[in-house]
Ligand binder design. Sequence first.
Ligand SMILES: CC(C)(COP(=O)(O)OP(=O)(O)OC[C@H]1O[C@@H](n2cnc3c(N)ncnc32)[C@H](O)[C@@H]1OP(=O)(O)O)[C@@H](O)C(=O)NCCC(=O)NCCS
Length: 184
Amino acid sequence: MMLTVNFNPFPTIETERLILRKILMSDVEELFLIRSRIETMKYIGKPLAITISEVEELIQKMNDNLENNLGIAWGISLKNESKIIGSVGYHRIEKEHYRAEIGYQLLPDYWNKGIMNEAVKAIVDYAFNNMKLHSIEAKIDPNNIASAQLLKKNKFISEAHFKENYFFNGEFIDTEIFSLLNKN
Ligand SMILES: CC(C)(COP(=O)(O)OP(=O)(O)OC[C@H]1O[C@@H](n2cnc3c(N)ncnc32)[C@H](O)[C@@H]1OP(=O)(O)O)[C@@H](O)C(=O)NCCC(=O)NCCS
């Protein structure tokens, strides 16, 4: 039996300080800010966004994936503001293995306030209780101390370190794999 997921209607999530909501075409300017900053993209292993139109394409792709239940991204906004300051989601879902890969990014102005910890807690809970995943994977650059700390704080375990398995910008980069199992 294979896992089935259904993101329709979109599962908006409310936490103490945040609203995790669908990313709309009208969020393109804010998502561009997030995708074009060296600080937010440094360890992502993808090129910086240069144009608004490529971020429009990204939103289109996110929405296609959502409609086809292939992946989900939530925009992160503070409760008293409508603009998004980051994103979090599961972009690769391996339905046959009840497993998905988590990803997250936050604008630097909002770092170190526990915001991503709050968002990750909420979507881990969603993954295990609503999506019924068995495990969540995170692939990070081992130099990304903030990301490793965030994962450890959420009980993810470091399971593997691949040496120079990722070629980006003319360099071979290591990958550290973390995972969290659903204990229920
Ligand atoms: C990783 C990231 C999302 C963390 O978001 P954040 O909201 O600042 O994280 P939090 O405030 O919830 O902090 C979570 C934990 O990480 C720690 N932490 C955060 N930034 C840190 C840093 N630069 N160095 C060391 N620890 C750090 C916090 O202290 C906290 O742990 P603690 O409670 O034990 O002290 C943010 O730094 C970011 O967007 N980075 C760029 C994008 C990125 O690299 N994404 C991940 C790709 S795998």
